[in-house]
Design a protein around this ligand. Structure first.
Ligand code: GAL
Length: 656
């Protein structure tokens, strides 16, 4: 289990560095990410380099036995570069050029930026290729955090090349983009622009392709840096830090993940209800990107962040619990932003491992304690996620497509729909993985695929085959509606899934804000409703009660092949989901892994490896819980015999 942080010693006088190393040793820190924002220091002018300080730092780390996750330093271009070449600056959809003065002010498609960035990467790789401190390369930083959508001339040119590669001919593009609508037909690729601010809704397929293109452009930047690094140090793993959290959707990490030597993620607690569980859902998603293998938590916070309107600190116990929840979902490294809290700059009020108050602080003591706990978890390192019986299916392009404008409702958010079902499974004591739509989901007894909006023919076949072979599929409203070109599957909704589900909907009936529908079990639905016509072999599990849909099907299930396909036509409230789940799970072979007395109060995950099978039990409550119903030898968190788990604490039990 590795432990560490982003380390930015260039912000501090040299004498502080020795103190840093002393404290890192005390806290069991064994890896730090360095150089992330150091371009201006490393290359103060185009023809001037300054590596003395980094040489010294690398040597210090090596002597202390601390590994360097060495960044390529390309995240924030220096003043000389943007002064000489203002054409690297990104442009917004309405033509505003973004100024330097923050960070990440570069166009992903700028050839000028690319050239300077790769020169830097080459110079770094050449210099540090054999350095004993070097354990991994950290490409750029949070690619796309601020510069994902660039509408510049560079972007326009690269977009055209991308489109040409995708469609071959402009005719094919015209078909895919439905350009006979509103007289948008193109004669040549050169006429095409990024979807800049227009007089009305821009073409949705153009917007969708711009999402794909923008994600690809950053991925290509990653690959360009990675390939330089691999050329010098083929044996040193290369990664970049993903941002699987909240509504960050622009980078298709499911598509990127294969390009990394190991998956790394940054996660910050989101200002949402069930924020702790959102952390776990994000960690489960990261685990899916890593295909169940261990991954690296590159950044999270010890306490408060600085970028919300109001930034409260973490409560006692949360520092440790949040970190261990990531470990529960497969993290083999727990790192923070950042080691020492900055005295100046935009993030001076962001917590760190060593706070402004210094080492004599509650926070630093908690950090040291966590370092000790992680040492005790060394046997867990290297173990994989033990697959669950249930998976929530995530489809990045459905995320993009379902949230485009000019839809039946603008209030639909894709990820919260997935999270809601994952949470209901968690509350029911059912462990659920996240699976990406391109991955093999055939091994799961049950797959829940909310708002699976975009279903190309290949996915349609895989879902049908899944159900025929004995899988139990649950899907919801606005699923199966369009193909990969955002063109509607005709003949009635839910288009591509109509036959499998045995239902047909002629018209959506989205609900206005505050409006709700009532089902015959008393539960309620918001956002969406539909008049469903059912085939004869469809079982109606719930009906609408009252209103225009009185008596009509709300939740349906069709047995098909050896499995079944369930459809939920409204955004069910939590009690409605909890009430229907046992019915959906019955006869699927899925079992709850949490004893009834602890359901809703703990989360469990399982990791398995050469050193054993490990059960993680996370206390979701502010109460002491007796977890003695879980067999196993305590590794951390509880004592053998009593097995009392503190509020907001995590226990790890060795099951074999
Ligand atoms: C991340 C970033 C770090 C720091 C952190 C603060 O987005 O990679 O450099 O800004 O957030 O929460």
């Amino acid at each position: 289990m590795s432990f560490g942080a982003d380390y930015n010693p260039e912000q501090w006088p040299r004498e502080v560095w020795d103190d840093d190393i002393r404290l890192m040793k005390q806290a069991n820190v064994d890896v730090v990410s360095i150089g992330i924002f150091s371009w201006a220091r490393l290359q103060p002018a185009q023809d001037r380099w300054d590596f003395d300080w980094l040489d010294e730092l690398m040597d210090l780390l090596a002597q202390a036995g601390i590994g360097a996750d060495l960044a390529t330093a390309t995240a924030s271009p220096p003043a000389w570069l943007v002064t000489q070449h203002p054409e690297v600056l990104p442009v917004t959809e309405n033509g505003t050029v973004l100024s330097p003065g923050g960070r990440q002010h570069w166009r992903p498609t700028s050839p000028v930026f690319r050239e300077h960035a790769l020169t830097l990467v080459r110079t770094l790789a050449e210099r540090y290729r054999d350095h004993p401190a070097l354990v991994a390369w950290h490409v750029n930083n949070e690619l796309g955090c601020h510069n994902l959508y660039d509408y510049s001339e560079d972007a326009a040119a690269a977009f055209r090349v991308w489109l040409q590669r995708r469609y071959g001919t402009v005719d094919r593009l015209n078909r895919a983009w439905s350009t006979d609508f509103w007289s948008q037909r193109y004669q040549e690729f050169d006429q095409i622009l990024p979807p800049r601010t227009a007089a009305s809704f821009p073409n949705p397929a153009q917007q969708l392709d711009f999402h794909r293109f923008s994600s690809d452009a950053l991925k290509e930047h990653f690959i360009a840096e990675r390939d330089v690094l691999r050329g010098f140090t083929p044996e040193v793993p290369v990664t970049t830090n993903f941002m699987v959290m909240g509504e960050v959707k622009g980078m298709n990490f499911a598509d990127w993940a294969e390009e990394l030597d190991f998956v790394a993620n940054d996660h910050y607690r989101q200002p949402v209800a069930d924020s702790r569980e959102e952390l776990s859902f994000s960690a489960a998603t990261t685990s899916s990107l890593a295909q169940g293998r261990p991954w690296f938590l590159m950044e999270h916070s010890t306490s408060a962040v600085n970028w919300q309107p109001i930034n409260p600190p973490k409560r006692p116990g949360e520092l440790q619990r949040d970190s261990l929840a990531h470990v529960a979902h497969g993290a083999d490294a727990v790192c923070y932003f950042q080691w020492r809290q900055s005295a100046g700059g935009a993030e001076k009020y962001h917590s760190a491992m060593v706070p402004h108050a210094g080492e004599d602080s509650r926070l630093y003591r908690s950090v040291v304690e966590l370092g000790e706990t992680l040492r005790r978890l060394d046997p867990v390192a290297g173990s994989h996620r033990r697959p669950a019986q249930v998976a929530v299916l995530m489809d990045w392009e459905s995320w993009w497509a379902s949230e485009l404008d000019s839809h039946p409702t603008e209030d639909l958010r894709y990820r919260p729909e997935l999270f809601a079902w994952w949470l209901s499974l968690l509350d029911a004591g059912i462990r659920a993985d996240v699976v990406q739509s391109h991955q093999d989901f055939s091994g799961y007894d049950m797959v829940v695929a909310p708002v699976l909006h975009m279903v190309p023919a290949a996915l349609q076949k895989r879902l049908e085959h899944y159900v025929e072979s004995g899988g139990h599929l649950v899907t919801t409203f606005f699923s199966g509606i369009v193909d990969e070109d955002d063109r509607v599957w005709l003949g009635g909704y839910p288009g591509a899934l109509r036959a499998l589900l045995g239902i047909r909907v002629e018209e959506f009936a989205p609900l206005t804000r505050g409006e709700m529908v009532v089902l015959d079990d008393g539960s309620t639905g918001r956002l969406w409703s539909e008049p469903i016509d059912c085939a004869a072999d469809v079982e109606i599990l719930r009906r609408y009660r009252g209103g225009d849909l009185d008596g009509r099907a709300a939740i349906t299930r069709r047995a098909h092949g050896k499995g079944s396909a369930t459809y939920v036509s409204t955004q069910l409230d939590a009690s409605g989901r909890s009430a229907i789940l046992p019915e959906l799970v019955r006869d699927t072979g899925v079992i709850a892994e949490v004893p009834a007395s602890l359901r809703g109060r703990v989360e469990v995950t399982r990791r398995t490896g050469e050193t054993g099978d490990f059960l993680f039990v996370i206390n979701r409550t502010d109460d002491v819980l007796d977890i003695s119903e879980f067999p196993g030898e305590p590794v951390i968190g509880v004592e053998q015999g009593s097995k009392l788990l503190d509020p907001r604490a995590v226990a790890v039990l060795r099951e074999s």
